[in-house]
Design a protein around this ligand. Structure first.
Ligand SMILES: C[S@@+](CC[C@H](N)C(=O)[O-])C[C@H]1O[C@@H](n2cnc3c(N)ncnc32)[C@H](O)[C@@H]1O
Length: 211
């Protein structure tokens, strides 16, 4: 049931995600974010910001940062976390990947980290990101993805449970495959391992798509 405090699943996720992901951040994920987000510039949208692990890594070239986070409990943590790093113009909004409250072509950069696994309609969200990104702008993505061999078997087996305990997270998503029928073209992609990640979320892709 959804309330002003979010669904039970959202509240549960907000209780454990920051500490579990915090271990991955310390193990090297923060460095991956910093290197990747160094490519952001201009008016930038961060979709599904969570408790804000990406936020400190946006460079000064980002002139405005708009963070969209639908989980009220994570939004509250994000507010607290960003209190002392409010150097740039930015705002935190409730919102939904399928219906972003922004004009067409109104961002120079759009960014999503570890979000597409959680979306029920990822292709629709990809189209919506393309709508709000200006032609020539960049989509910076950082997602855990479907693996191969035994890892893939483990991911398929774990998916029903992970969807329940991790607020909709599908470890078996073919994220790159979604670009085939999208308005984006993948310009660069690195295949990495999530440092300190659970076995189901180790394979990761970090890269840039353009429209
Ligand atoms: C695994 S967390 C990642 C948080 C953060 N981006 C990070 O890198 O740590 C997934 C995030 O996607 C958000 N999310 C889920 N469904 C969403 C939707 N329909 N629109 C926007 N964000 C969504 C969740 O609330 C959550 O904050």
């Amino acid at each position: 049931m959804s309330t002003g405090r979010g669904t039970r699943g959202q509240r549960f996720f907000a209780r454990w995600y920051p500490s579990v992901m915090g271990r991955a951040e310390e193990a090297g994920q923060a460095a991956i974010r910093a290197r990747h987000l160094a490519h952001a510039s201009g008016r930038t949208l961060d979709l599904g910001t969570g408790n804000g692990y990406s936020v400190p890594h946006y460079p000064p070239a980002v002139t405005e940062l708009v963070m969209v986070e639908p989980n009220p409990a994570l939004r509250e943590q994000l507010q607290r976390r960003t209190q002392d790093i409010r150097a740039r113009a930015w705002q935190i909004l409730d919102g939904d990947a399928y219906d972003l409250p922004f004009a067409d072509a109104s961002f120079d950069t759009v960014s999503a980290s570890l979000v597409f696994c959680s979306l029920e309609r990822p292709e629709a969200a990809l189209a919506e990101l393309a709508r709000v990104l200006r032609p020539g702008g960049s989509f910076l993505f950082h997602e855990h993805v479907r693996g191969t061999g035994l890892r893939r078997v483990l991911q398929e087996v774990a998916t029903p449970l992970q969807v329940r305990v991790a607020d909709g997270c599908h470890p078996n998503r073919d994220f790159l495959g979604m670009f085939r029928d999208s308005p984006f073209r993948v310009a660069e992609v690195e295949h990495l391992r999530m440092p300190g990640g659970a076995a189901t979320v180790v394979p990761m892709v970090v890269g840039t798509a353009v429209r």
